[in-house]
Design a protein. Structure first.
Length: 140
């Protein structure tokens, strides 16, 4: 589903301009960081929208857009990921469209919708972390 290359994930992470130290992080951790930063940017954009801070709102939504499109979506391996990768690709495309509309229309409800769509995927991603899988195997 996702490319096995940590290099590609790291590249996507750097491309979207997220300011975090990534050396040594594996591709799983990089995707988790993308989710975390996208969700944080959406929340911050809502706050900026409520405060009528238009330049900040635009920058934050733009950041979330880049993370979802150039980070999460670009890291999908649709050749190996099958139906799940295809479904995630569709979800990310939908989120990109809604983020663009939220920015253009100054629509907080659309930001909430995107956050509600991404949050369960982010939680599922955290649940399948290598550490969680190792702990589950130890309990079995």
């Amino acid at each position: 589903m996702f490319t096995p290359s940590a290099y590609r994930a790291s590249s996507a992470y750097k491309r979207v301009g997220v300011d975090t130290t990534v050396p040594g992080a594996d591709s799983h951790r990089l995707v988790q960081m993308l989710f975390d930063e996208a969700l944080e940017s959406i929340s911050a954009a809502r706050g900026a929208m409520q405060r009528r801070e238009i330049p900040a709102k635009c920058a934050l939504i733009g950041k979330a857009l880049r993370i979802v499109d150039e980070g999460l979506r670009a890291s999908l391996n649709t050749d190996r990921g099958g139906e799940l990768a295809g479904n995630l690709n569709s979800l990310y495309s939908y989120c990109v469209q809604k983020l663009m509309l939220a920015n253009a229309r100054n629509d907080e409800a659309l930001l909430i919708e995107v956050r509600e769509l991404l949050e369960p995927v982010a939680q599922a991603w955290r649940a399948i972390s290598p550490a969680a899988l190792a702990a589950q195997a130890a309990d079995a």
